[in-house]
Ligand binder design. Sequence first.
Ligand code: IVH
Length: 668
Amino acid sequence: MKNDTGKARRRMDELVELISHHDRKYYIEDAPEISDYEYDMLMKELIALEAEHPKLIQPDSPTRRVSGAPLDEFAQVEHKVHMLSLDNCYSVEELKEYDRRVRKWLKEETVEYVVEIKIDGLGIALLYEDGLLSRAATRGDGRVGEDVTANVKTIRSIPLRLNSSSGFSTLEVRGEAYIPVDEFRRMNREREETGLQAFANPRNAAAGSIRQLDPKVAAARPLDAIFYTLSYSAEPAPDTHSGCLDALRDAGLKTSPAVSVFDTIDDVIQYVSSWETKRDRMEYEMDGMVVKVNSIEQQRRLGATAKNPRWAIAYKFPAKQMTTTLLDIQVQVGRTGALTPVAILDPVDIGGVTVSRATLHNEGEIARKDLMIGDRVLVERAGDVIPQVVKPIVEARTGSEQRYQMPALCPACGSETAREEDEAVRRCDNATCPAQIKERLAHFCSRDAMDIEGVGPSLVDVLVDTGLVHDVSELYDLTPEALIGLEGIAEKSSRSIVAAIDASRAKGFERLLFALGIRHVGFTTARDIAFAFTSIEALKSAAVEDLSRVHGVGEVVASSIRRFFYNPANVELIERLKAAGLSVATEGHRSGPLQGKTFVFTGEMRSMTRQEAIGAVEALGGDVGSSVTKSTDFVVVGDSPGSKAQKARKMNKAILSEEEFLTMIGRG
Ligand code: IVH
């Protein structure tokens, strides 16, 4: 028995070390050495051993990344060393002025500067004790932050134990937690599809994820982190900042990818300027560069003001923000009945794009931001998302601004609206509300759903207003004759519209499932569910537990699906769609010329959306992965690609341009 335990302990030690090694290869160095499958097998073996020997579980076991029940609130943490902020500057002149000040303070001619990128995320501080990650905290007010250890542990690029060969065992590091831009876009797309509020920018998404009370939710968010300061160490550390960063890297932490050292401010200026155009191509949102004095001894002599260290300055890139006037607030009714207030703005150019509308999300948001109609407002465009109203310019108020109140009645159908206690959104609950029907129809016909060409929002408006269509099943009763004359439709296009509707009957179960617009069921989830359950009949009788086994389906999604099928009106709708000849089951295993090939997409394509591209690959029997791994066969690189392109190159994967991809799928 004792022997058995000894054997298990040794194997568990070995597995923890192996998995940590592969985590580092995958999440930090972008150069995995084993396949996802082999990695999963190691993890499975460790989980089984830990279940058998719970007493032997190590604190740095990778199985402990997601642990603990949801918290009621975060504990407060006093920082070992105050977390200061950075002084900002916006011009080359100010950088030169800063250099003059540094030289004057130091009374020295020789100053070496380190330049790092400035990621726009959330500042965090990690404490390692005896090599183990023991605490992670947010910056808070700089003196006291929040204990977010459980959530930070879910970030796979953060080692739970420092590399012992680095010589460090007890230290504090500071860095920035962030969500990569393409992950942010994907996440927001999914949120919008499922009726959740989109995040304003990658920084808010990162902050919201780190400050999640439930570590399981944080674990599902695509967080990452980069470290830039060794703020305390019990062991002797290098005497330059760049040396400390190298040491942190040796210890297993991810550091800034572009640390450069310069002797003169002119070289610094040239370098930071070269980044102004590069920033849009980075995988994360950057708001500037940070210039730091490299010598730790000089840093010590320079010291700090109450707020900022004197040895560093942030050179900020021009913000994608402008002020304009909030002319009005209008309400949109979504397909689930959600009422969304929309800001109508005096059109303004922000970084080359004219902005005249911005979402205000919900009434709570309007109150929280203290917005009034007629206000001067600061508007931001970040991470290529829908523009956001940041705040009103309260000082510019004249007294003529007006408070806004959400209408108690639905602006489309006049029914009463209601707001559930635990929901931020007010809804119109009338399932026959024409605004909802229109949204549901438009969603049903959209490209990623049933892809019915010719039936766009304006035709949908007319179809509902004239009473020709009351729900999506009635689309299939439309004849060319009924369409002629509507919206100026001539005979020829009436026939092509009906043909497009006809063709959609065979689009497949997964598209239909997404097209039904079930709350919380986005494109990817619909696809995963369709493959797991293969028919609408099987799905209809699935229990919440069965549903929860599907990747990406949590309790919220599962309950939403159950609720959808509980509603007799929805069951009847599905019967009508079945009777209209729509395919309500998958065709079994996919086959085709791309069978066995796995594609990964990065960047945007000019000729199709990501989801169309995924559909094209799957229609030909291929698979689509979300990250580049050993099993990836082709990486399709579009415009402004993310880190996956670099990874593909590192891993020597076959890289396809958009044109090459189109040729491969027979659309070249
Ligand atoms: S150094 C003692 N370096 O920007 C000062 N900060 O606007 C420590 N940030 O609070 C900060 N990238 O959260 C430093 N390379 C970098 C950074 C960086 C992003 C954040 C950090 C800081 C904020 C100030």
